[in-house]
Design a protein around this ligand. Structure first.
Ligand SMILES: C[S@@+](CC[C@H](N)C(=O)[O-])C[C@H]1O[C@@H](n2cnc3c(N)ncnc32)[C@H](O)[C@@H]1O
Length: 279
Protein backbone atom coordinates (compact mmCIF):
# COMPACT_ATOMS: atom_id res chain seq x y z
CA UNK A 1 0.00 0.00 0.00
CA UNK A 2 1.20 3.50 -0.76
CA UNK A 3 1.36 6.35 1.72
CA UNK A 4 -1.43 8.10 -0.15
CA UNK A 5 -3.71 4.99 -0.05
CA UNK A 6 -3.31 4.80 3.72
CA UNK A 7 -3.73 8.54 4.12
CA UNK A 8 -7.06 8.49 2.25
CA UNK A 9 -8.26 5.42 4.12
CA UNK A 10 -7.31 6.86 7.52
CA UNK A 11 -9.15 10.12 6.91
CA UNK A 12 -12.42 8.18 6.94
CA UNK A 13 -11.92 7.32 10.63
CA UNK A 14 -11.34 10.90 11.75
CA UNK A 15 -14.02 12.99 13.43
CA UNK A 16 -12.65 16.19 11.96
CA UNK A 17 -10.56 15.24 8.89
CA UNK A 18 -9.94 18.81 7.68
CA UNK A 19 -8.21 19.74 10.93
CA UNK A 20 -6.69 16.38 11.84
CA UNK A 21 -5.31 15.23 8.48
CA UNK A 22 -1.93 16.78 9.26
CA UNK A 23 -1.51 14.27 12.08
CA UNK A 24 -1.89 11.38 9.63
CA UNK A 25 0.82 12.90 7.47
CA UNK A 26 3.04 13.27 10.53
CA UNK A 27 2.54 9.62 11.56
CA UNK A 28 3.12 8.38 8.00
CA UNK A 29 6.14 10.64 7.72
CA UNK A 30 7.59 9.09 10.89
CA UNK A 31 7.11 5.54 9.63
CA UNK A 32 8.72 6.28 6.24
CA UNK A 33 11.29 8.69 7.70
CA UNK A 34 10.21 11.69 5.67
CA UNK A 35 12.18 14.80 6.58
CA UNK A 36 9.62 17.51 5.88
CA UNK A 37 5.88 17.78 5.40
CA UNK A 38 6.33 18.64 1.73
CA UNK A 39 8.13 15.30 1.34
CA UNK A 40 4.75 13.69 1.86
CA UNK A 41 3.45 15.09 -1.43
CA UNK A 42 6.69 14.30 -3.25
CA UNK A 43 6.76 10.72 -1.96
CA UNK A 44 3.05 9.93 -1.51
CA UNK A 45 3.21 7.03 -4.04
CA UNK A 46 5.94 5.28 -2.08
CA UNK A 47 5.10 1.97 -0.36
CA UNK A 48 4.63 2.22 3.41
CA UNK A 49 7.69 0.73 5.12
CA UNK A 50 6.05 -0.65 8.25
CA UNK A 51 2.27 -0.95 8.13
CA UNK A 52 1.82 -2.62 11.56
CA UNK A 53 3.77 0.23 13.16
CA UNK A 54 1.56 2.83 11.50
CA UNK A 55 -1.54 0.88 12.57
CA UNK A 56 -0.38 0.86 16.18
CA UNK A 57 0.32 4.61 16.07
CA UNK A 58 -3.05 5.30 14.45
CA UNK A 59 -4.93 3.21 17.01
CA UNK A 60 -3.31 5.17 19.83
CA UNK A 61 -4.11 8.41 18.01
CA UNK A 62 -7.79 7.46 17.68
CA UNK A 63 -7.87 6.66 21.40
CA UNK A 64 -6.86 10.27 22.07
CA UNK A 65 -3.17 9.92 22.92
CA UNK A 66 -1.25 13.12 22.09
CA UNK A 67 0.82 12.72 18.95
CA UNK A 68 3.99 13.82 20.78
CA UNK A 69 3.74 10.82 23.14
CA UNK A 70 3.07 8.48 20.22
CA UNK A 71 6.20 9.72 18.44
CA UNK A 72 8.13 10.03 21.71
CA UNK A 73 9.35 13.49 20.78
CA UNK A 74 8.47 17.10 20.07
CA UNK A 75 10.30 20.27 19.18
CA UNK A 76 10.79 23.24 21.46
CA UNK A 77 12.15 26.44 19.89
CA UNK A 78 13.70 24.23 17.22
CA UNK A 79 15.36 21.76 19.63
CA UNK A 80 14.38 18.09 19.56
CA UNK A 81 12.95 17.08 22.93
CA UNK A 82 12.15 13.48 23.91
CA UNK A 83 8.86 13.12 25.73
CA UNK A 84 6.87 10.31 27.25
CA UNK A 85 4.09 10.03 29.79
CA UNK A 86 6.48 10.85 32.63
CA UNK A 87 6.74 14.49 31.51
CA UNK A 88 4.45 17.28 30.41
CA UNK A 89 4.55 17.96 26.67
CA UNK A 90 6.30 21.35 26.44
CA UNK A 91 3.84 24.00 25.27
CA UNK A 92 4.04 26.91 22.87
CA UNK A 93 3.29 29.28 25.78
CA UNK A 94 6.52 28.11 27.41
CA UNK A 95 8.44 28.98 24.24
CA UNK A 96 7.25 32.55 24.70
CA UNK A 97 8.47 32.50 28.31
CA UNK A 98 11.93 31.36 27.17
CA UNK A 99 12.06 33.94 24.38
CA UNK A 100 11.26 36.65 26.94
CA UNK A 101 13.91 35.30 29.36
CA UNK A 102 16.53 35.42 26.59
CA UNK A 103 15.65 39.01 25.68
CA UNK A 104 15.64 40.19 29.30
CA UNK A 105 18.89 38.33 30.05
CA UNK A 106 20.59 40.10 27.15
CA UNK A 107 19.38 43.45 28.54
CA UNK A 108 20.64 42.69 32.06
CA UNK A 109 23.72 40.53 31.59
CA UNK A 110 24.85 41.55 28.11
CA UNK A 111 26.99 38.75 26.77
CA UNK A 112 28.72 37.78 30.02
CA UNK A 113 28.67 34.16 31.15
CA UNK A 114 25.78 33.32 33.45
CA UNK A 115 24.57 30.41 35.57
CA UNK A 116 21.05 29.21 35.02
CA UNK A 117 18.53 27.12 36.97
CA UNK A 118 15.46 25.46 35.47
CA UNK A 119 13.33 24.50 38.47
CA UNK A 120 10.30 22.27 37.85
CA UNK A 121 12.20 21.35 34.70
CA UNK A 122 10.19 18.31 33.52
CA UNK A 123 11.70 17.31 30.16
CA UNK A 124 14.27 20.11 30.52
CA UNK A 125 13.05 21.84 27.36
CA UNK A 126 13.17 25.38 28.78
CA UNK A 127 16.62 25.06 30.32
CA UNK A 128 18.04 23.36 27.25
CA UNK A 129 16.82 26.17 24.98
CA UNK A 130 18.33 28.76 27.37
CA UNK A 131 21.65 26.91 27.59
CA UNK A 132 21.83 26.87 23.80
CA UNK A 133 20.91 30.53 23.35
CA UNK A 134 22.73 32.25 26.23
CA UNK A 135 26.40 32.45 27.16
CA UNK A 136 26.08 29.75 29.80
CA UNK A 137 28.66 29.05 32.48
CA UNK A 138 26.67 26.34 34.28
CA UNK A 139 23.12 25.09 34.14
CA UNK A 140 21.14 23.22 36.80
CA UNK A 141 17.89 21.31 36.44
CA UNK A 142 15.62 20.42 39.33
CA UNK A 143 12.32 18.59 39.69
CA UNK A 144 10.47 16.65 42.36
CA UNK A 145 9.83 13.76 39.96
CA UNK A 146 12.62 11.21 39.52
CA UNK A 147 10.84 9.94 36.41
CA UNK A 148 10.82 13.40 34.83
CA UNK A 149 14.52 13.83 35.63
CA UNK A 150 15.28 10.59 33.82
CA UNK A 151 13.71 12.09 30.66
CA UNK A 152 15.51 15.39 31.31
CA UNK A 153 18.85 13.60 31.52
CA UNK A 154 18.22 11.90 28.15
CA UNK A 155 17.36 15.28 26.63
CA UNK A 156 20.56 16.84 27.94
CA UNK A 157 22.57 14.09 26.28
CA UNK A 158 20.60 14.26 23.01
CA UNK A 159 21.06 18.04 22.85
CA UNK A 160 24.70 17.96 24.00
CA UNK A 161 24.04 20.20 26.99
CA UNK A 162 26.04 19.48 30.11
CA UNK A 163 24.08 20.30 33.25
CA UNK A 164 23.62 19.15 36.85
CA UNK A 165 20.35 17.52 37.83
CA UNK A 166 18.78 17.57 41.30
CA UNK A 167 15.73 15.78 42.62
CA UNK A 168 13.82 17.73 45.23
CA UNK A 169 10.96 19.95 46.25
CA UNK A 170 11.22 23.46 44.72
CA UNK A 171 14.64 24.97 45.62
CA UNK A 172 15.55 22.66 48.53
CA UNK A 173 18.42 20.79 46.85
CA UNK A 174 19.82 23.87 45.16
CA UNK A 175 19.85 25.77 48.46
CA UNK A 176 21.35 22.88 50.42
CA UNK A 177 24.20 22.70 47.88
CA UNK A 178 24.71 26.48 48.18
CA UNK A 179 24.31 26.98 44.43
CA UNK A 180 24.01 30.56 43.20
CA UNK A 181 22.59 31.52 39.81
CA UNK A 182 21.99 34.61 37.67
CA UNK A 183 18.88 33.37 35.86
CA UNK A 184 16.06 31.17 37.16
CA UNK A 185 13.33 29.90 34.89
CA UNK A 186 10.31 27.99 36.07
CA UNK A 187 7.06 26.64 34.77
CA UNK A 188 5.56 25.12 37.93
CA UNK A 189 2.26 23.25 37.97
CA UNK A 190 -0.37 25.97 38.14
CA UNK A 191 -3.74 24.54 37.13
CA UNK A 192 -6.26 24.67 39.95
CA UNK A 193 -8.30 21.51 40.49
CA UNK A 194 -11.46 23.52 39.85
CA UNK A 195 -10.34 24.60 36.34
CA UNK A 196 -11.58 22.73 33.24
CA UNK A 197 -8.90 20.63 31.50
CA UNK A 198 -8.99 18.78 28.15
CA UNK A 199 -9.85 15.10 28.45
CA UNK A 200 -6.70 13.96 26.64
CA UNK A 201 -4.49 16.14 28.88
CA UNK A 202 -6.16 14.65 31.96
CA UNK A 203 -5.88 11.12 30.69
CA UNK A 204 -2.28 11.15 29.44
CA UNK A 205 -0.20 13.91 31.04
CA UNK A 206 1.27 13.58 34.56
CA UNK A 207 -1.01 15.20 37.12
CA UNK A 208 2.02 16.17 39.21
CA UNK A 209 3.06 18.42 36.31
CA UNK A 210 -0.37 19.97 35.84
CA UNK A 211 -2.07 20.71 39.11
CA UNK A 212 -1.08 23.15 41.82
CA UNK A 213 -1.38 21.34 45.16
CA UNK A 214 -2.50 24.29 47.23
CA UNK A 215 -3.19 27.32 45.09
CA UNK A 216 0.10 29.16 44.67
CA UNK A 217 2.23 27.37 47.25
CA UNK A 218 4.82 26.14 44.73
CA UNK A 219 5.39 29.75 43.57
CA UNK A 220 5.70 30.83 47.20
CA UNK A 221 8.30 28.14 47.92
CA UNK A 222 10.39 29.50 45.05
CA UNK A 223 9.74 33.24 45.31
CA UNK A 224 10.29 33.38 49.09
CA UNK A 225 13.73 31.76 48.65
CA UNK A 226 15.14 33.70 45.70
CA UNK A 227 17.71 35.52 47.85
CA UNK A 228 19.20 32.17 48.87
CA UNK A 229 20.17 31.31 45.28
CA UNK A 230 20.99 34.80 44.02
CA UNK A 231 24.39 35.57 42.51
CA UNK A 232 25.26 39.30 42.42
CA UNK A 233 21.96 39.78 40.60
CA UNK A 234 19.08 37.43 39.85
CA UNK A 235 16.52 37.44 37.09
CA UNK A 236 13.66 35.02 37.82
CA UNK A 237 11.17 34.30 35.04
CA UNK A 238 7.98 32.30 35.63
CA UNK A 239 5.22 30.98 33.45
CA UNK A 240 1.93 31.70 35.22
CA UNK A 241 -1.69 30.69 34.80
CA UNK A 242 -4.51 32.90 33.64
CA UNK A 243 -5.93 34.94 36.56
CA UNK A 244 -2.82 34.50 38.73
CA UNK A 245 -1.58 38.07 38.49
CA UNK A 246 -3.11 39.47 41.69
CA UNK A 247 -2.03 36.76 44.16
CA UNK A 248 1.44 36.59 42.62
CA UNK A 249 1.86 40.35 42.68
CA UNK A 250 1.00 40.32 46.40
CA UNK A 251 3.58 37.60 46.91
CA UNK A 252 6.32 39.55 45.09
CA UNK A 253 5.52 42.69 47.11
CA UNK A 254 5.62 40.70 50.35
CA UNK A 255 8.98 38.97 49.76
CA UNK A 256 10.76 41.42 47.44
CA UNK A 257 9.33 44.90 47.99
CA UNK A 258 12.44 46.54 46.47
CA UNK A 259 12.60 44.42 43.34
CA UNK A 260 11.86 45.35 39.77
CA UNK A 261 9.10 43.04 38.56
CA UNK A 262 6.57 42.87 35.78
CA UNK A 263 3.84 40.83 34.12
CA UNK A 264 4.26 40.28 30.40
CA UNK A 265 1.43 39.57 27.99
CA UNK A 266 1.61 36.59 25.68
CA UNK A 267 0.65 36.48 22.02
CA UNK A 268 -3.04 36.33 23.05
CA UNK A 269 -2.79 39.44 25.20
CA UNK A 270 -2.92 37.44 28.48
CA UNK A 271 -0.49 38.07 31.34
CA UNK A 272 1.27 34.70 31.38
CA UNK A 273 4.83 35.67 32.31
CA UNK A 274 6.11 37.08 35.60
CA UNK A 275 9.65 38.35 35.96
CA UNK A 276 11.40 39.46 39.13
CA UNK A 277 14.75 41.19 38.96
CA UNK A 278 16.77 41.35 42.17
CA UNK A 279 19.76 43.68 42.01
C1 LIG B 1 4.12 22.32 34.21
S1 LIG B 1 5.40 21.09 34.33
C2 LIG B 1 6.68 21.98 33.50
C3 LIG B 1 7.73 21.11 32.86
C4 LIG B 1 8.69 21.88 31.94
N1 LIG B 1 9.35 22.95 32.64
C5 LIG B 1 7.93 22.44 30.73
O1 LIG B 1 7.70 23.65 30.69
O2 LIG B 1 7.59 21.66 29.84
C6 LIG B 1 5.79 21.20 36.04
C7 LIG B 1 6.92 20.31 36.57
O3 LIG B 1 7.07 20.60 37.97
C8 LIG B 1 7.34 19.41 38.67
N2 LIG B 1 6.94 19.63 40.07
C9 LIG B 1 5.70 19.55 40.62
N3 LIG B 1 5.73 19.89 41.92
C10 LIG B 1 7.03 20.21 42.21
C11 LIG B 1 7.70 20.63 43.39
N4 LIG B 1 7.05 20.80 44.53
N5 LIG B 1 9.03 20.86 43.30
C12 LIG B 1 9.70 20.68 42.14
N6 LIG B 1 9.13 20.27 40.99
C13 LIG B 1 7.80 20.05 41.02
C14 LIG B 1 6.58 18.34 37.94
O4 LIG B 1 7.13 17.06 38.19
C15 LIG B 1 6.70 18.82 36.48
O5 LIG B 1 7.80 18.20 35.85
Amino acid sequence: MTLFDIYKQSLKSLKNPDVEEINIRILLGEVNQLKTMSDFYLRKDEEIRDLPRFQEYFKRYLEGEPIQYILGKTTFLGYDILVDKRVLIPRQESEEVVVFAIKKSHEIFGNRKISILDVCCGSGAMGIALAKQLNTERIYFSDISKDALDVCSKNLKANKVSGDIFEGDALTQVISKNIKVDLLISNPPYILKSEPVDESVLKYEPHLALFADNDFSIYEKIISNLNAIKNDQLLAVFEIGINSKNPLENMVRKYHPQSEYGFIKDINGKERILYIYLK
